[in-house]
Design a protein around this ligand. Structure first.
Ligand SMILES: C[S@@+](CC[C@H](N)C(=O)[O-])C[C@H]1O[C@@H](n2cnc3c(N)ncnc32)[C@H](O)[C@@H]1O
Length: 251
């Protein structure tokens, strides 16, 4: 039987790895690395660094595969993500069939935690359901960027007895959020916090949290929104990409 481990590696700080993740890393024969293009080299380097740091007395190898890109034209968001996942499914199937022998264990190193805005688990389950590949897999939880953000700002995510919504910049920008007292926004490509009407909302923003380039800004939205927008723009220009998350707390 082929086996796979889907291992949450935390949100960018190698110290985020749990003891369970370290044990799991030390059982993997082949790590599958999905290459997302030149701008994202740092994310692959971190995965290699994690293996160098934590794997002792074991030989392993990396297999890199180009990660399919989401087509942004002509399709709505959900349809384009579904198309992307079908393309990823074909890539994963090929990797498992061609690069893993019976009795070996493959590893997927998933950013943050595999349960949060990540398709690896959905894709592996779809492959199993298709019957085209046979394997067993297990999942090791990781520290999410949401937890890392809250820790760096030293704040709880929820208000007392209040609920928390985790959503995307796209949904916030479209006004498609509920009435939770606290909202965490991820995957924001469009400065969606600009759409929040109450300037007394508190925002806790962080980019590259836990990484060398970490940026943190917190305050009353009406006071800090311009600063966040300027900082995001400068970071995008300097690095070519930005990875940021924020918590909004109603007044
Ligand atoms: C595809 S989702 C993956 C989330 C990941 N599975 C997790 O558990 O955090 C990518 C989004 O996570 C957030 N993110 C991931 N790492 C981050 C970090 N170090 N600092 C700030 N935001 C981060 C950003 O909102 C980014 O757009």
């Amino acid at each position: 039987m082929k086996r796979l481990s889907v291992i949450g590696i935390g949100a960018g700080d190698p110290d985020h790895l749990t003891m369970q993740a370290v044990k799991a890393l030390n059982q993997v024969d082949v790590f599958f690395l999905m290459d997302k293009g030149p701008g994202k080299d740092a994310l692959l380097d971190l995965r290699r660094d994690i293996c160098r740091r934590y794997i002792t007395d074991r030989t392993y190898r990396f297999v890199e595969a180009g990660s399919p890109e989401r087509q942004r034209e002509d399709l709505d968001y959900t349809a384009s993500v579904e198309a992307l996942n079908r393309a990823k499914q074909a890539t994963f199937e090929r990797l498992i069939n061609e690069q893993l022998s019976d009795g070996q264990r493959g590893g997927f190193l998933v950013w943050g935690d595999p349960s949060l805005y990540d398709s690896t688990l959905r894709i592996l389950q779809a492959i199993l359901d298709s019957g085209r590949c046979v394997f067993e897999f297990d999942v090791v939880p990781g520290i999410t960027s949401v937890q890392a953000l809250a820790a760096r700002h030293k704040v709880p995510l929820n208000s007392i007895g209040g609920s928390l919504e985790i959503t995307t910049g796209r949904r916030l920008a479209a006004g498609r959020v509920g009435d939770a007292a606290s909202t965490v926004v991820m995957l924001d490509a469009e400065d969606a916090y600009r759409q929040v009407s109450d300037p007394d909302t508190q925002i806790y923003w962080g980019a590259y949290v836990g990484m060398a380039d970490e940026l943190l800004i917190a305050g009353r939205l009406g006071d800090v929104a311009d600063d966040i927008e300027r900082t995001r723009k400068a970071a995008r220009q300097a690095n070519g990409w930005i990875m940021d998350t924020y918590l909004l707390r109603k007044p």
